[in-house]
Design a protein around this ligand. Structure first.
Ligand code: DC
Length: 229
C-alpha cells in the first residue's frame, strides 16, 4: 500500500497519542507528538525565566527561538519517543502540571507556531507518518490522506489524564486536572493562530465509550480505506 500521512487532531487528553503511537507501530510509520514540541518550548521559557505573572516575555523568547533544539529518540521501554530539549531528556517534566499550565499561552504565539510548523512539515516530507496535535489536518498537512478528529467527554478525559499522571509518579487532584482541561480547551479553540477545529474532511471519533482495542480496529479500517485508494 502507498505511504500516507495520517493526521490525528482533537482536544487535550482525548487519547490521540495512544491511538497515533499504536497505529504507527502497527504500520511501521514514524510517530510524531507535535504537542511535545510546544511543551518543550514552554519548558525552555520557564527554565529561562521568560514566563512571569504578567505573561510570556515574547521578545526574548522570539530572539532565542533559533537556539532551541528539540529532538526525539525512541524509548524501547515505553514504546514511544522521548523528547529532548537542547540535548536533555525532558519527557517526564514536560508532561507535568507546571508546563501544562502554561503551554496553551506559549503555543498561541504566532512565531512559536510558525517555527514548529516548519519542523513538523519537514518530518513528514517522506510520508509514512502519524502525527497528532491540534492543527495537523488543518495547517501542517492540509493534504493528509487520512484525518481523524478525536473527542471524548470532559469527565472521561480528566480521568485518563489523572491515571497518566499517577503512572508518571506526579499525581494531581481531579479538580486541578479538570480545571486545566477546561481552560486548555477554551484557549486551544479560541486562539487567533490556528485554533483547534475539525478539518472539513476529517472523520470524527468520540471514543468516550470505546476500549483501546475497539479504537485500534476502527483506526486500522480507516487507514486501509485511505491508503488503498
Ligand atoms: O497534545 P498536548 O496536550 O501535549 O499539547 C500541548 C499543548 O500544545 C496544547 O495545549 C495545545 C498545543 N498544541 C497546539 O497548539 N498545536 C499542536 N499541533 C499540538 C499541541
Amino acid at each position: 500500500m502507498k505511504k500516507i500521512i495520517i493526521a490525528i487532531d482533537g482536544v487535550s487528553s482525548g487519547g490521540k497519542s495512544t491511538m497515533a503511537k499504536d497505529l504507527a507501530r502497527e504500520l511501521g510509520y514514524i510517530y510524531v507528538d507535535s504537542g511535545a514540541m510546544y511543551r518543550a518550548i514552554t519548558l525552555y521559557a520557564l527554565k529561562n525565566g521568560l514566563i512571569k505573572d504578567k505573561g510570556v516575555d515574547t521578545d526574548t523568547l522570539k530572539s532565542k527561538m533559533d537556539t532551541i533544539s528539540i529532538t526525539f529518540s525512541f524509548n524501547p521501554e515505553t514504546g514511544r519517543p522521548d523528547t529532548f530539549l537542547n540535548g536533555e531528556n525532558v519527557e517526564t517534566i514536560i508532561r507535568g502540571m507546571e508546563v501544562s499550565g502554561y503551554v496553551s499561552k506559549v503555543s498561541a504565539l504566532d512565531f512559536v507556531r510558525k517555527a514548529v510548523v516548519v519542523k513538523l512539515q519537514e518530518m513528514g516530507k517522506e510520508k509514512g507518518i502519524v502525527m497528532d496535535g491540534r492543527d495537523i489536518g488543518t495547517v501542517v498537512f492540509p493534504e493528509a490522506e487520512l484525518k481523524i478528529y478525536l473527542t471524548a467527554s470532559l469527565e472521561v478525559r480528566a480521568r485518563r489524564r489523572m491515571e497518566e499522571l499517577i503512572a508518571k509518579g506526579t499525581p494531581s487532584s481531579y479538580e486541578e486536572v479538570l480545571e486545566n482541561l477546561i481552560s486548555r480547551d477554551a484557549l486551544d479553540m479560541n486562539r487567533t493562530e490556528s485554533p483547534l477545529r475539525k478539518a472539513d474532511d476529517a472523520i470524527v471519533l468520540d471514543n468516550s465509550d470505546m476500549t483501546i482495542e475497539e479504537q485500534k480496529k476502527w483506526l486500522l479500517e480507516q487507514y486501509k480505506r485511505a491508503a488503498g485508494k
